[in-house]
Design a protein around this ligand. Structure first.
Ligand code: SAH
Ligand code: MG
Length: 222
């Protein structure tokens, strides 16, 4: 039986249109591919499906993923300390001065994330988890149907996310990794290294590639 095009539903169409306008780091073709991969995973797992992303920023990918979760009564946990990655800090390439909290001088994306979810009416589907990814992963106990890694892109945080979160992915569950660049001229190495390691470990096989997004499937029991 063919599954209907998941993007044709009016609520989904409007959420995807909204996701395009949310501030963040997700080109639309990759956002759409992310949505479709999450939709397939949530469809397979049903209402008990658990989606989790590392790296909320201002809620752009959470809107794409939340759109998929909502269709199946599933939930998306979105983990971030909301103080930005290394590359978002003053003096780095991806610094955005208006995100600095005047009270303490630190970057704070939490209000933007909250507003994005409120605007999308996704607050009952998307659960923001405020904290350091590794700390949350260490205490996490729920098997994950769909994991999206898009947190810190330095060597240390990226590998910590890989080792902390991938053991929680269910067999046949999905692992999506963002900012995977084969050519070092296009971007940093760690996400690409994670992707290569996932494949060579034999624990994951590739399902699709769209821009810098890679979608893999877990092959064996954790
Ligand atoms: N997915 C977002 C972009 C994420 S940017 C989008 O669609 O636009 C990466 C995010 O990871 C930043 O918000 C940063 O605060 C977060 N981050 C980086 N290292 C982290 C860590 N160790 N724990 C929690 N969040 C982290
Ligand atoms: Mg990214």
């Amino acid at each position: 039986m063919r599954t209907p095009d998941p993007t044709s539903d009016p609520r989904t169409t409007s959420l995807l249109a909204l996701a395009r306008t949310v501030r963040g780091f997700m080109p639309d073709d990759e956002g759409l591919a992310l949505f479709k991969a999450a939709d397939a995973a949530a469809r397979a797992a049903g209402a008990s499906a658990v989606l989790l992303e590392v790296g909320s920023w201002c809620g752009k990918s959470a809107t794409y993923l939340g759109a998929a979760a909502e269709r199946h009564g599933a939930v998306l946990f979105s983990v971030d300390h909301h103080h930005g990655s290394e590359e978002n800090q003053a003096g780095w390439d991806y610094f955005e001065a208006d995100l600095v909290d005047p009270v303490d001088g630190r970057l704070n994306t939490l209000p933007h994330f909250q507003r994005a979810l409120a605007q999308a009416h996704l607050e009952e589907t998307v659960v923001g988890v405020l904290g350091h990814s590794v700390t949350v992963a260490r205490h996490w106990g729920t098997p994950i149907d769909f994991l999206f890694i898009d947190g810190g892109h330095g060597d240390e945080p990226a590998w910590a996310d890989y080792h902390g979160w991938t053991p929680h992915v269910k067999p046949r569950g999905t692992l999506a990794i963002h900012d995977v660049f084969e050519d070092p001229a296009d971007g940093g190495r760690p996400p690409y290294d994670l992707y290569c390691h996932a494949l060579s470990s034999g624990r994951f096989t590739e399902v699709s590639a769209t821009g810098s997004l890679r979608v893999l499937e877990r092959t064996e029991a954790p």
